[in-house]
Design a protein around this ligand. Structure first.
Ligand SMILES: *[C@@H]1O[C@H](CO)[C@@H](O)[C@H](O)[C@H]1NC(C)=O
Length: 182
């Protein structure tokens, strides 16, 4: 993917140009390890894109095929509560009130304009997670134009929540800032 190449080349350039520190921009990750489900969602800001684009990479293991699939995952407003309490994460992160502005709310990949989706509705904008018995690990990456790190709109210190097909919150983890020094 074009932007991936851009990120990688920017990182490579930064590593080679020793005297000049090239800031990669904010970067955050969510490390999931709950109820037999492990995974990682990473958020990169390609330096040359300002705050306009975020590269999101995800990988999940332990999601079972069958009735519980497909799975959805979202950015929720609050961090995970005590004792891995996914309920304490609150609702979907929706700073522009998409869910109440566009009713009934739906967000379907390739159909709904993404500015009409909740910022946190990652599976609505980019696709659900559909593990199969043959391919139990699900992974992918995409560019999201609405995930931000600006102080008034940051996703940092919020959380990722995975839902099964019934909507149950089956795993969650905080989104932590990661400082990458080149
Ligand atoms: C989990 O968090 C919710 C919402 O904050 C709260 O109502 C509930 O009591 C918590 N559950 C446990 C087991 O602590």
């Amino acid at each position: 993917m074009h932007l991936t190449a851009l990120v990688l080349s920017a990182l490579a350039l930064g590593a080679a140009a020793t005297p000049v520190k090239v800031a990669p921009g904010p970067y955050a990750e969510s490390l999931i390890d709950m109820a037999g489900i492990t995974g990682r969602v990473e958020f990169y800001k390609p330096p040359k894109c300002g705050d306009a684009k975020t590269l999101v990479k995800y990988q999940f293991d332990g999601l079972t095929a069958g009735d519980s699939a497909p799975y959805k995952y979202h950015i929720h407003v609050n961090p995970v509560g005590e004792n891995n309490n996914c309920t304490a994460t609150g609702g979907h992160y929706d700073p522009h009130s998409a869910a109440t502005t566009h009713t009934p709310y739906t967000c379907t990949p390739g159909v709904t304009p993404q500015d009409q989706c909740e910022v946190g509705d990652l599976s609505g904008k980019h696709g659900s997670l559909a593990p199969t018995a043959e391919a139990p690990q699900v992974s992918g990456q995409y560019i999201d134009q609405y995930v931000k790190f600006t102080p008034e709109n940051t996703i940092i210190d919020r959380s990722i929540v995975i839902h099964n097909s019934k909507g149950d919150r089956i795993a969650c983890a905080n989104i932590d800032a990661v400082m990458v020094m080149l």
